[in-house]
Design a protein around this ligand. Structure first.
Ligand code: UDX
Length: 477
């Protein structure tokens, strides 16, 4: 292709050339998915597209935060109570929504297409979260191409496909005794790393994966919040098994200032932690956060407390209200256990924290955003994945990119203190840290390069822009 976006825009408003100016986006109503889709909206807007966001009324976006976009609610007939009944069982909720949204979504899409043929912008494409599999059939009926957004790693795409295959071959669930073994076809993933999400009806989960797989293979392309240099091998593998165009244009967040990182619900970023970090020595502190969804029980909380205290390393710890099951916020601790050893907040300005000179390591659940944010700041990780793709990301951190240490198994105070010591480069592991730091700094440089003119994500976005302006004509690739 080899053209630049500015050359592509030169055909705008020329007679007899149809330019497809509008994209219709349909995010999944969960914070991580919604944030990524809205970041994609912003990226496409900056490339000259007008953006319409279709959304359901469950966890809706705030239109006032995005005055440049049009927002249209899709009126799902299910009462909110029905949706809330499956809340907490994400897979059941996604399966339910893929059924209840069919009729209202078709109606909304047809209305928007009608507006477009009445003189509005031509619709280039429908871009939905990969999990909205039902939308492929509707896009086909209505006659517009559909692309999907994968908000997490390319590695997790092949891991989810592996789950489907293994289940079809009768190999799941695997006996507890074998979960530490590596699965040869997706090495270095072990059985325990498979992105299986606990749900009340596992059969529905496997059906959902199969439906997503089928609809993805039929779509016009996949947009990913990853970058090629990070996932070359997985990208080649996924391209072979899903023969559609792939556009890796991430990491999305690097295209925006850190102050624009979204907040979790009503939680405000507690800036006191930056003043606290200012008082710590360079690279002396570990930042601890398990993201916006994961919760732990009281036992885990107490093991974390003891592990942090015993490590002797200063810590900044995010504990979201309600994230310790059965407690409003913190569990009451014996006096003196943590005093003077660290700082606890309800929500932190994470990107600023990771970029702070006092932060030497990140103990994380390896949600995709946290993982890429750490890589972008050159911070090595201690991994405690909780569920789903986090397990795949964590294994890549420790065994593929080798920029962190995996805390295998149940959280235990001794393992935690040892892991933190190794990661921070205590006397017996300073070489290990040095090598990890070299590798993570190398990845950081690759990220910086991929977004610059000529870099992989930069070029991929140019290709995507051309492809969309042609309404997904394969010859434009
Ligand atoms: C969810 C899923 O659990 C995960 O598997 C998937 O990869 C992404 O969506 P989530 O808990 O939202 O994960 O984690 P993550 O993707 O890491 O996103 C958390 C975001 O919240 C990050 O952008 C992070 O910077 C931000 N954050 C987190 C803060 O701004 N402050 C905090 O205190 C904690």
């Amino acid at each position: 292709m080899g053209t630049t976006s500015s050359q592509d825009f030169s055909t705008l408003n020329q007679p007899n050339i149809i330019n497809y100016h509008k994209v219709i986006l349909f995010p999944l109503p969960f914070q991580g998915h919604m944030n990524s889709m809205l970041q994609l909206a912003q990226i496409l807007h900056s490339q000259g597209f007008s953006v319409t966001v279709l959304h359901i009324r469950y966890n809706p976006p705030r239109p006032s935060d995005h005055p440049g976009f049009d927002f249209h609610p899709v009126d799902v007939p299910s009462p909110v109570a029905e949706l809330e009944a499956v809340e907490g069982d994400t897979m059941a909720l996604i399966s339910l929504l893929n059924v209840t949204c069919v009729v209202p979504f078709r109606e909304s899409l047809e209305n928007l297409m009608g507006e477009s043929s009445d003189g509005g912008d031509h619709v280039a494409c429908l871009i939905t979260d990969i999990c909205w599999h039902f939308t492929q059939a509707i896009a086909d009926e209505v006659g517009i191409p559909r692309m999907v957004l994968r908000t997490t790693s390319i590695g997790s795409i092949s891991a989810f496909s592996a789950v489907s295959r293994l289940q079809k071959n009768g190999l799941l669930p695997l006996p507890e005794s074998q979960i530490e073994e590596v699965i040869p076809e997706v090495a270095p993933l072990r059985w325990k790393d498979l992105p299986i999400v606990p749900t009340r009806n596992p059969k529905d989960f496997f059906r959902l994966l199969a439906d997503i797989d089928r609809a993805t293979k039929a779509c016009a392309g996949l947009i990913s919040n990853s970058f090629e240099e990070l996932e070359e091998v997985k990208l080649a593998e996924s391209r072979r098994s899903i023969p559609i165009p792939f556009f890796l244009i991430g990491p999305f967040h690097k295209r925006f200032p850190s102050s624009s990182t979204p907040v979790a619900g009503k939680l405000l970023q507690d800036q006191s932690c930056i003043a606290w970090l200012d008082k710590q020595s360079p690279k002396s502190t570990i930042y601890v956060s398990f993201g916006s969804i994961a919760s732990i029980d009281e036992r885990d909380f107490l093991e974390i407390v003891r592990g942090l205290a015993n490590s002797g390393v200063p810590f900044l710890w995010v504990v979201r209200p309600g994230s310790v099951r059965g407690h409003e916020w913190l569990v009451t601790l014996p006096p003196g256990l943590l005093e003077g050893k660290g700082h606890i907040v309800k929500w932190a300005p994470q990107r600023e924290v990771l970029a702070h000179p006092s932060v030497g390591a990140f103990w994380t659940h390896n949600g995709w955003n946290s993982t890429t944010e750490a890589i972008c700041e050159g911070v090595p990780m201690l991994s405690s994945p909780m569920f789903g793709d986090q397990r795949v990301n964590a294994r890549h951190v420790s065994d593929v990119w080798r920029v962190g240490i995996h805390l295998e198994g149940l959280l235990g105070r001794d393992e935690i203190a040892n892991g933190i010591g190794r990661l921070m480069g205590d006397s017996s592991s300073s070489k290990e840290r040095e090598e990890m730091m070299k590798r993570v700094m190398d990845l950081k440089m690759k990220v910086d390069g991929c977004l610059k003119p000529g870099g992989s994500s930069y070029k991929s976005l140019q290709k995507l822009t051309c492809y969309l302006f042609s309404s997904c004509q394969p010859e434009k690739l």
